[in-house]
Design a protein around this ligand. Structure first.
Ligand code: TXA
Ligand code: MG
Length: 330
């Protein structure tokens, strides 16, 4: 891991070799720890699914919790999500700053399906930290960044904490000293009629309510939420088709979600086969998972046979998501 020290108040990095190297890391799909005003972010190109798979692997997340995409400006944000009047008002009032908005994702957004965990919505933020905005702008990529800590640990607010937790996973750690806000961004969902507070954070609820002229609804809490995501997710991407797990053969009429080079008996009669990774690589499988489920759904198959995926590393998150997709739904 390289370490690059900056003074966030100086904002004098544009055009330097160190800055260009950081941009090159992001464009090449490598992981970079980038300080924001709230906490350090474990950052990668949000349009690169393999890079996003590396974020999940580095965090050791037991499930694919969708990521926040950081962009340099409101204009850039509008290329990725649909803004209504409320979203514009909040962007005007609080961006750049510690506010994240969950908005309907645009069909032509370059943010990959893995970053949003297949959801139709996207969490967007224009941070106050100029280093993050400048890297997004110079790389020409939206930057996916969860808090830079291993899953279950507290968010990294100093370079030392980040190095200790994730040092072996990073190409580069940008050290800007302790982050000034110290708590994560406030997350507001604007995906239904009432604006909803998904996570309290750096901007207080009252300030947001004052600007919106209405009260924020509470989060829809799921009992099985990840510890660092209280009430965050009201819905998961679930295919319309029924999913049969750990399939060792394909039944007539089923589509196949394949993993690895050996296809099971009956595969020759499957209407549609989607490969997660012919080489049996978990990183590649994670990168393709949500797009694969979408493709299978679009094929019109009523049932999907899913081949077993090893339950190690990223396989744990893949299996978690497959189990959710296979669970009976109301
Ligand atoms: O201050 C912050 O927000 C920091 C810095 C790095 O920007 N980032 C951060 O990311 O706290 P993370 O991944 O630790 O928390 C983001 C939360 C997750 O719990 C996730 O569930 C939620 O945002 N989230 C992301 N996309 C969502 C979506 N489409 N719908 C609902 N919740 C979403
Ligand atoms: Mg976090």
């Amino acid at each position: 891991m390289r370490r690059w020290q900056i003074d966030p108040r100086e904002e004098n990095w544009l055009g330097t070799t160190a800055f260009e190297a950081a941009v090159a890391d992001l464009v090449a799909g490598r992981l970079v720890a980038i300080p924001t005003e709230t906490v350090y972010g474990l950052a990668a190109d949000a349009s690169n699914a393999l890079a996003c798979a590396d974020i999940y692997a580095a965090k050791g997340r037991p499930s694919f919790n969708p990521l926040i995409a950081h962009v340099e400006s409101v204009e850039a944000a509008e290329r990725h999500a649909l803004f209504d009047t409320r979203a514009r008002v909040l962007a005007d009032a609080f961006w750049p700053g510690p506010l994240t908005m969950v908005l309907p994702k645009r069909a032509d957004s370059t943010v990959c399906d893995l970053a949003t965990a297949g959801l139709p919505s996207l969490a967007l933020r224009v941070p106050a930290a100029a280093i993050m905005r400048d890297l997004a702008q110079a790389s020409g990529r939206p930057i996916a960044a969860p808090s830079a800590n291993r899953s279950g640990r507290i968010s990294g607010t100093t370079a030392e904490a980040v190095a200790g937790d994730l040092g072996d996973r990073l190409a580069l750690l940008i050290d800007a000293g302790p982050t000034p806000v110290g708590v994560e961004s406030t997350i507001i969902a604007l995906t239904d009629e009432r604006p909803r507070l998904l996570r309290p954070g750096g901007i207080e609820r009252q300030a947001i309510e004052a600007v919106l002229g209405e009260k924020l609804a509470p989060p829809l809490v799921r009992p099985d939420d990840a510890p660092d995501a209280p009430g965050m997710l009201s819905s998961h991407y679930a295919p319309r088709a029924a999913l049969r797990l750990d399939a060792t053969h394909v039944e007539p009429g089923e589509a196949l979600l394949a993993f690895g080079p050996e296809l099971p008996p009956g595969a020759d009669k499957a209407g549609t086969i989607v490969q997660l990774s012919v080489r049996g690589e978990l990183r590649e499988a994670a990168a393709r998972l949500f797009t694969a489920m979408r493709t299978l759904d679009a094929s019109g198959a009523d049932r999907i046979a899913a081949m077993p995926v090893p339950d190690t590393g990223l396989g744990e998150a893949i299996n978690d998501r497959l189990r959710r997709a296979a669970a009976p739904r109301p």
